[in-house]
Design a protein around this ligand. Structure first.
Ligand code: MN
Length: 275
C-alpha cells in the first residue's frame, strides 16, 4: 500500500498554505485518475494502483490544537510498516508530526531541504512554537543529538554555534552549487548508517524564478533537478517518506510551481516502487 496524507495545517506561519496542501492533494488525485483512464500500460501502474489518499481538516480550535497528535497517529503505521508515505502539508510546521516520530526512532534519519534553518530566535521571532523555530523543540532519542541533515539553505544571519546545536550537518545551497556530486557522495555516505530516511522538502529550497508559489521565498535557490540528483543517491528502499510544504497557490504563476511539486510526487513514487 502506498499512502498519501493531505495535511492542510497552516496555523502559526504561512497562512494560505492550507490551500496549497489541498491543491497538491488534488494534483495527486488527478495523476491517479489519469492512470485509471489510460488504456495502455504505463509506468504509473507501479504506484497508482494501490495509492490511498487521506485528507484531514483543521476547521476547529480543537483540531488545530491536536494537530501534532493527529498527524502522528496518521503517520505512525506507514512509517513502522515501511509503506511509502507522501505527506502534503500546508506550512512546514505541519510536517512536525513526522519529525516527532523520526526523532523518537533511533533508526530514522531526516533529510530536510529548506531555504531557511528553522531554529529562528531573532528579536522579532515568536517564542512559542512556529513554522520557523520547531527544530528547537524536537526531542531526539536516545541522547538528544539530532539525526538531521539539512540541504540547500541560504541563511546569512545565524551563527554556527547556534546552528550546530540543533542541526549538526548543513550543506548550504552555495556548497551544493559548488560541488553537486560531492554533496551527493557525502549525503549517501552519511545516510548509509540509517535504515529509515524521511525526506522533508520545504519548497522554498527551490528558486522562486523556476518554482513560483512559495510562501517565504529566499533568493538563489536550487533548481529542482539539482535537488533530485542529490536525493536519488539515497537507497530508495530505506526512504520511507517524502514531505512537501509551504506551497501558497496565490503566489503561483499559471500552476508552474504546482507542476514541479506534482513532478516530485510522481518521481518519488515511481522511484520507491521501482517502476
Ligand atoms: Mn523555508
Amino acid at each position: 500500500m502506498t499512502r498519501a496524507v493531505v495535511f492542510p495545517f497552516d496555523s502559526f506561519g504561512s497562512p494560505g498554505t492550507s490551500a496549497g496542501a489541498m491543491a497538491m492533494g488534488d494534483a495527486l488525485r488527478e495523476m491517479r485518475a489519469d492512470f485509471h483512464r489510460e488504456t495502455v500500460p504505463t509506468r504509473a501502474s507501479s504506484w497508482a494502483e494501490d495509492l490511498k489518499i487521506r485528507e484531514v481538516a483543521f476547521d476547529t480550535p480543537r483540531e488545530i490544537a491536536n494537530f501534532r497528535r493527529t498527524g502522528r497517529s496518521m503517520a505512525r503505521k506507514p512509517l513502522a510498516n515501511g509503506e511509502p508515505l507522501v505527506w502534503l502539508s500546508g506550512n512546514h510546521l505541519g510536517v512536525l508530526p513526522l519529525l516527532d516520530l523520526a526523532a523518537a526512532d533511533t533508526d530514522t534519519l531526516v533529510i530536510q531541504a529548506d531555504a531557511h534553518l528553522d531554529i529562528h530566535a531573532f528579536g522579532d521571532s515568536v517564542e512559542t512554537l512556529s513554522h520557523g523555530n520547531y527544530l528547537r523543540r524536537l526531542r531526539w532519542q536516545p541522547d538528544g543529538l539530532p539525526r538531521l541533515i539539512h540541504l540547500g539553505h541560504r541563511d546569512l544571519l545565524q551563527k554556527p554555534d547556534d546552528i550546530e546545536t540543533f542541526i549538526p550537518t548543513t550543506i548550504s545551497a552555495e556548497e551544493m552549487a559548488g560541488d553537486i556530486n560531492g554533496t551527493r557522495g557525502r549525503l549517501a555516505a552519511m545516510a548509509a548508517e540509517h535504515t529509515k530516511i524521511v525526506i522533508d522538502i520545504d519548497m522554498d529550497v527551490f528558486d522562486e524564478g523556476i518554482v513560483p508559489g512559495m510562501a517565504r521565498p529566499v533568493p538563489c535557490g536550487l533548481a529542482p533537478l539539482q535537488l533530485w540528483h542529490v536525493l536519488k543517491a539515497l537507497d530508495p528502499d530505506r526512504v520511507v517518506a517524502l514531505a512537501l510544504s509551504e506551497y501558497d497557490p496565490d503566489r503561483d504563476d499559471r500552476d508552474r510551481g504546482l507542476a514541479v511539486l506534482a513532478w516530485f510526487m510522481e518521481r518519488f513514487l515511481l522511484w520507491k516502487s521501482g517502476g
